[in-house]
Design a protein around this ligand. Structure first.
Ligand code: A2P
Length: 303
């Protein structure tokens, strides 16, 4: 799908982008080239994924003009004290002059001596090494200054709950409404309240793990399969189409050429099919496949 959404600052963002989390350097280079060849114009990466270098190299090798591709990367929690330096590092990794969107990956600051998530080592006491005297509102204030440098066109957040968004919007340094908030969303975790809050505040939601990540029960779900058969498309296509139908950016990850190509084919869902998916979690229960919760206190087990 070449559909685009408008961000709150007037920039446009392709509704469908390629996710690159959990893709090795070799795989991700090929995946990005296949995706760009198939028509994708939006690639989502992050410093913490450890694959900005091959992502950027594929973008440069594709021969497609830089300005036609929407590139996102994210500030890792270990770099929360220095967003400017970290963005420079990401741009160097990517081999690009700017990104289209720079997200705070997580509303937390981790000790730089630690590795970033995933795989954050626990302290000997079994806890995460959080820098508690660095508020995410301060990190965001630093990110706001990056827009003037031209090194990113837009800024946003990721893994933010309504509670943390409210705290951000009410902070004294706050000036720029986040363009997006990227969170886990699929029919077992529809994030209905967050979607409503985000629409009200003109923040676009971006759905990561829209297929339920690896070994997902979503692709085997009877209701989703039934809707897929009725529409003569794959279960993955139904999940991707539903995300766009309800007004969210969708970032399916694949390193398999045929799937990358097939995932680009979005259909217009009927109101009936869309609503059935909207209500599916009421039957299956709410299931989170990736992040346990977004509050650092819950995530990192501090009391
Ligand atoms: P692979 O990368 O090996 O192709 P999510 O985007 O929710 O995180 O899901 C990613 C997972 O879904 C990966 O394991 C990916 O496998 C798999 N996947 C991506 N597209 C499809 C598809 N069209 N059909 C089945 N599985 C898919």
């Amino acid at each position: 799908s070449s559909k685009v959404f408008k961000l709150n600052n007037g920039e446009t963002i392709p509704a469908l982008g390629l996710g690159t989390w959990q893709a090795s350097a070799d795989d991700v280079y090929k995946a990005v080239l296949v995706a760009l060849e198939a028509g994708y114009r939006h690639i989502d990466s992050a410093l913490a994924y450890g694959n900005e270098e091959p992502v950027g190299r594929a973008i440069r090798d594709s021969g497609i003009p830089r300005k036609e591709i929407f590139v996102t990367t994210k500030l890792a929690p270990i770099d929360a004290l220095d967003p400017a330096g970290s963005l420079d590092r990401s741009l160097k990794n990517l081999g690009l002059d700017y990104v289209d969107l720079y997200l705070m990956h997580w509303p937390v600051c981790l000790n730089k001596a630690n590795k970033s998530h995933p795989g954050i080592p626990l302290l000997p006491n079994g806890k995460r090494d959080i820098v508690f005297d660095r508020e995410f509102t301060e990190t965001y204030a630093d990110m706001q200054r990056l827009v003037e440098t031209g090194k990113t066109k837009s800024i946003g957040v990721s893994n933010f709950s309504i509670k943390n968004l409210k705290k951000l919007l009410a902070s004294p340094e706050f000036k720029i409404v986040p363009a997006t908030n990227q969170v886990e969303i699929h029919p077992y975790l529809p994030q209905t309240d967050l979607l409503e809050f985000s629409k009200k505040h003109n923040i676009l939601l971006q759905a990561f793990s829209p297929l339920g990540s690896s070994n997902s029960p979503l692709l085997k779900d009877e209701t989703i399969r039934k809707i897929a058969e009725k529409n003569k498309v794959s279960a993955a296509t139904i999940l991707i189409s539903w995300a766009i139908w309800r007004g969210t950016v969708v970032l399916p990850k694949s390193t398999t050429a045929l799937r990358i190509e097939s995932n680009f084919n979005v259909i217009d869902l009927s109101e009936e099919d869309g609503q059935e998916l909207e209500n599916l979690h009421k039957v299956t229960g709410v299931k989170r496949f990736v992040s346990p919760n977004w509050d650092p206190i819950d995530v990192y087990g501090e009391e």
